[in-house]
Design a protein around this ligand. Structure first.
Ligand code: MF3
Ligand code: CO
Ligand code: CO
Length: 257
């Protein structure tokens, strides 16, 4: 509880700049997401972009993780490792997740992409997962419980007949990659830590078409897939608790203004 870092204005400025760069990299990559392209190519483009802007990726070497991004295709829930022999094809959906370190500050954001035409059910899963993030963000204000983020996400996802991954969570971020608090995406009302101005954390709900459970690949130790092989989708932003609500630090499109 008391171990949640309240950031200074100077730290907030640094976290905002880093988050904006991560967000820009997700926009930059959009035009390259098409059939025939490898996930490694997308990873390398993003790595080059963040290096060109004076930052590094937080994921390279993080607990032995090998790449600058996580790219999670179709039934992959999170932590997909980009690879030269993973080639995008028409109808795929994917999440690209970027965490930057700029001047020592961390910014963490991810979004979904569609490869050409996708199925109506895949599109609905993407739309619902984006709305889950937005509902969670709307809960961010001083005095509210962190658990209410997961409460509204869980309620909405359930009403849409989708499930919420509980084995991976959002997290405090900014001075370090993963800080307190833990941000559960499914939770009981009025539980968990209380939000205070100056806290920065991610909200990053992973929403599954079928069952909520996941399985981590035994060979690479990272890739988390749905245990039933059905689709999963995720959006992530880095959020600041302000004096009267929130600022979405990784929002580069003005979606939350
Ligand atoms: N960016 C991911 C998150 O949202 C964490 C990736 S850790 C890695 O928390 F090692 F898998 F890259
Ligand atoms: Co995160
Ligand atoms: Co992330």
């Amino acid at each position: 509880m008391s171990d949640i870092i309240i950031k200074t204005p100077e730290q907030i400025d640094g976290i905002r700049k880093s988050s904006q760069l991560a967000g820009q990299s997700l926009i930059m990559i959009e035009e390259f997401v098409k059939p025939g392209v490898s996930t490694e190519f997308l990873n390398n483009k993003i790595q080059e972009f963040i290096h060109d802007h004076g930052a590094i990726s937080a994921t390279v070497g993080y607990n032995g993780y090998p790449k600058a991004t996580c790219i999670s295709l179709n039934e992959v829930v999170c932590h997909g490792i980009p690879s030269a022999d993973q080639i995008l094809k028409e109808g795929d959906i994917l999440n690209i997740d970027v965490t930057t370190i700029l001047n020592g500050y961390y910014g963490d954001t991810s979004k979904m992409y569609a490869v050409g035409e996708i199925s109506a059910k895949a599109q609905r899963l993407i739309d619902v997962s984006k709305h889950c993030l937005d509902l969670g963000i709307q809960q961010v204000k001083p005095g509210n419980y962190v658990g209410n983020i997961g409460f509204v996400i869980g309620r909405y996802a359930k009403a849409q007949k989708f499930s919420v991954v509980y084995e991976f969570c959002g997290h405090g971020v900014g001075i370090d990659f993963h800080e307190a608090p833990q941000v559960d995406h499914i939770a009981r009302k009025n539980t968990g830590d209380i939000m205070r101005p100056g806290m920065t954390f991610t909200i990053e709900p992973m929403i599954n078409e079928g069952r909520a459970t996941t399985r981590v690949d035994k060979n690479d130790g990272w890739t988390a897939r749905t245990s039933d092989g059905k689709l999963s989708a995720q959006f992530e932003h880095t959020i600041l608790v302000t004096d009267d609500g929130y600022e979405v630090l990784s929002d580069v499109l003005g979606d939350y203004k």
